[in-house]
Design a protein around this ligand. Structure first.
Ligand SMILES: C[S@@+](CC[C@H](N)C(=O)[O-])C[C@H]1O[C@@H](n2cnc3c(N)ncnc32)[C@H](O)[C@@H]1O
Length: 293
């Protein structure tokens, strides 16, 4: 399974569907063909002109070996039969390789963590731990606490983190994230200065509320919330819901609930008196959230 749809990939796909239906001598053809070239080339241009994953020269494991682990982790994520894992009961939910944030987004998050000099990171929604690994590589980051509901992911991810020399920095808590947040608070865990929210969309609002109410975010801490443009569904529904939702790797019900969760979350963040936010059109949308200054 490939990458999950983004607003941009939907445009590319729609233009690719429309283009062969328009005769080359039609007045609209040239504009349509140009629009397709512009849109279809963007993602690879971004990839080609952004540095690869940052591997510090001081890192204990050689850069070449870390890059190999990274490639192996992405390949293993793709190769895993997630549907079978669900059917045999190894995972509770149907995960899919499209959940993985991938190269470009990991680089964006690394750059933000470096610029902000983040030290303690909380990741809500771990999956195969690519972002976790990318953040663990940065020398300024002392610890990454990663929350997920699936015990299998700890088993799957840990060997890659060990090979990459970041395992000692990473702690996983396997439970519903709201429980883990309360546990971190009750254990007196210090507040985090970077939080990456990338789990079940209907709970995003609760995660941010809890982070603030439980004082788990430092005063200048940054929250990054992923998928806040959610396949463009908050403002542009599919034209063929069944087929498109299937291609998105989810059923209609969960896509509908996730869309509503993101709509509510985006409104909440925009209107909350405590917060300031900017939505970046990185892949499926990343919102950068801070307390108001
Ligand atoms: C999109 S994936 C995370 C991707 C990962 N952050 C990355 O960068 O590749 C979402 C993850 O959230 C987890 N998840 C879903 N609901 C959760 C919940 N209530 N509490 C904790 N984790 C949850 C899923 O098991 C899944 O692994």
């Amino acid at each position: 399974m490939g990458a999950a749809p983004t607003p941009h990939s939907r445009v590319v796909s729609l233009l690719a569907q429309a283009l062969p239906l328009v005769a080359q001598d039609h007045p609209a053809y040239a504009a349509l063909e140009e629009a397709h070239r512009v849109a279809a080339g963007l993602d690879s241009y971004l990839d080609d002109h952004s540095s690869p994953l940052i591997v510090p020269s001081t890192h204990a494991v050689h850069e070449k070996d870390v890059r190999q682990v990274w490639e192996d982790l992405l390949a293993a994520t793709d190769a895993e039969d997630w549907q079978k894992r669900k059917e045999e009961g190894t995972t509770t939910y149907a995960l899919n390789s499209g959940m993985c944030s991938g190269n470009y987004e990991a680089s964006v998050i690394q750059q933000i963590a470096l610029a902000a000099k983040s030290t303690r990171v909380l990741e809500i929604g771990l999956f195969t731990g690519t972002t976790t690994l990318a953040l663990g590589l940065l020398p300024n980051i002392e610890e990454v606490v990663a929350l997920d509901v699936e015990p299998y992911l700890e088993t799957f991810d840990r060997p890659f983190w060990k090979r990459a020399g970041v395992s000692d920095k990473i702690q996983t808590l396997i439970a519903p994230a709201t429980d883990s947040l309360r546990q971190l608070k009750s254990e007196g865990h210090p507040a985090f200065d970077l939080v990456f929210i990338d789990a079940d969309k209907p709970s995003y609002k609760e995660y941010v509320s809890l982070l603030l109410e439980l004082d788990l975010l430092t005063p200048e801490g940054i929250i990054l919330a992923d998928n806040t443009l959610y396949k463009a569904l908050p403002w542009a529904d599919w034209s063929r819901p069944d087929e498109d939702a299937r291609n998105a790797g989810s059923n209609n019900k969960s896509v509908g609930e996730a869309t509503q969760g993101i709509i509510d979350f985006n409104q909440f963040v925009r209107n909350d008196e405590r917060l300031t936010a900017v939505v970046l059109p990185v892949r499926d949308g990343v919102t950068v959230i801070r307390r108001k200054i």
